[in-house]
Design a protein around this ligand. Sequence first.
Ligand code: SF4
Length: 335
Amino acid sequence: MNKITSEQIKNLFTLPLNELIFKAREIHKKNFEDGDVQLASLISIKTGSCPEDCKYCPQSAHYNVNLKKENLIDVSEVKEAAKLAKKNGANRFCMGAAWKKLRDGKDIDAVIEMIKEVKSLDLEACVTLGSITKDQAERLKDAGLDAYNHNIDTSPDYYKKIITTRTFDERLETIQNARQAGISVCSGGIIGMGESWNDRAEMLRVLANLEPQPESVPINALVPVEGTPLQNQKIVEPEEMIIMIATARIIMPKSRIRLSAGRKYLSSETQMLCLLSGANSIFYGDSLLTTKNNDMQRDKELIKQFKQINKSNSKELINKYLIIFTDKIASTVNY
Ligand code: SF4
């Protein structure tokens, strides 16, 4: 596979917005069933007191954030939450623990039990547990784990400004360990942390050049949380999210592109444009790890409406949504 360059990505960023969306839609339709949106529910299985210093994260022990900390929860609690997620229509169940790394012994044993419970409900199981070794990845795979989430967060350069307690290469190593054990990789990043468009292009370049490309790519918008160093960051503009989603779709045609954290800031029109631009997975449920998510009923309505519009395949309808963004993205993208 030819390597994707930053230049190619930046050329996509600067296309007129409607051109970019139509290009992404075409690629999306060749690779996925029309209107198929994965609903992933997320639960925090261990909250707060994390030794890492990720500047965006309320779970880091380095910052003074109003957060209810919780030790590893019981397997029965996970089972109940998974049952509810399934009843509400979710097809993937993700479990997140605020750990630097997964520890052998009772922690991994408990996580294995949780994975088995989720799998027994016929849900896809995904976990995010910090760094994992090859052996641990194999044990998780044997328990039935489908996917491991480990985001690269941002560009290799900007990463050093966001996290100092874990290197970018260590992240890639964990991704590699999951991959080698035969677990699907879920890896994406966050925009709105003060990075440039160059950094955004670099982040997408690294993801797109993983071999094979990640099966899932969450695109998050920063949710600035009081007490974290990024508490005063500006909320990302809707078109920034659309540009990232559409570009990710074009360069990673077979990956599930997930509209993730920060969705609560997006209007229904913007979310619709993200879906029309190739996002085909959302985090679904009342809350994410530590921040509020969108209302489930409204999500169901949004997806129903998306399926209708998508079926009609009408450029006019899509253009109707585009009217809300009158400017070309050249005014948004500043290198
Ligand atoms: S993002 Fe994950 S690793 Fe970083 S501080 Fe938060 S919980 Fe810890």
